[in-house]
Design a protein around this ligand. Sequence first.
Ligand SMILES: C[S@@+](CC[C@H](N)C(=O)[O-])C[C@H]1O[C@@H](n2cnc3c(N)ncnc32)[C@H](O)[C@@H]1O
Length: 284
Amino acid sequence: MTYLELYNSAVGSLENSGCDSPEYEIRELLSYFFGFSRYDLSLKRNDSPDEKSENAFLDSVQKRCNGYPLQYILKSWTFMDCEFHVGEGVLIPRDDTEVCVRECIKLIDKKHMQSPRIIDLCSGSGAIAVTLGRRYPEAEIFAAELSEKAYAYLEENIRLNHTEKNVKPVKGDISVLYKNFGDGYFDVIISNPPYITTDEIPSLQKEVQFEPKLALDGGKDGLDFYRIICEKWLAKLKKGGIISLETGEDQGKAVSSLLISHGFPNVTIVKDISGLDRAVVNNE
Ligand SMILES: C[S@@+](CC[C@H](N)C(=O)[O-])C[C@H]1O[C@@H](n2cnc3c(N)ncnc32)[C@H](O)[C@@H]1O
């Protein structure tokens, strides 16, 4: 097949599978498999790839039609201008997470924290910890993660983004790791924890079913990890320190109530561009 035939047939297949942005995704795959830049499809439309590359491309289109995430095929994704390696076993960084990171940055800057000590709980790929590490070279950032596979990506992404000096990965369960740190140790606690209710998970879109359940499952009411953070970690925050937690789209009130009942009365629910709850921060 020529590149143009491959492109048209792949876009058609992906469209039929219910994908929202088939042209964009197939262009990404052309770039990944054939090294195409933006104009190569028109320049090389009547050429053909070798059989091996064509088969690899077609296999990946088939996988994509079955819901396998594009980001896992590309093995890499961008979050807030940093590149992250991703694959099975680690959550793909989401644009939603920018909200809690941007709020956190606003507060760090407002408080003129020069070298904040930060912990990113449930760090996954390191999207949050590494982004903050790039922004604050003088900060001391800990990135806590339980999953073996995700932890390997976390270590890799710290190296990839040259943040080894100020981002330290910590392997373990956040309901135990808190014991390693003294009270009042951190200036900032930030987290995008698992927050989907257990019952909701099977009904999530097919792409999400390929992502690790450990990264999604927030227990019966989705709030298990916010309880752990409130009960075990808030004591580790310095007076006047910053809390920035990503939440599900209807969890703002519940997470705020948890923070209020644990001694943080001044909290704000931050909405995303669609007007949905996306983060809760303290604004003392
Ligand atoms: C929603 S993902 C967030 C990943 C990353 N922070 C991000 O924003 O892309 C939650 C992460 O928490 C990790 N996790 C789940 N239970 C944990 C626990 N008890 N202790 C530490 N990490 C945990 C999962 O493996 C997953 O990487």
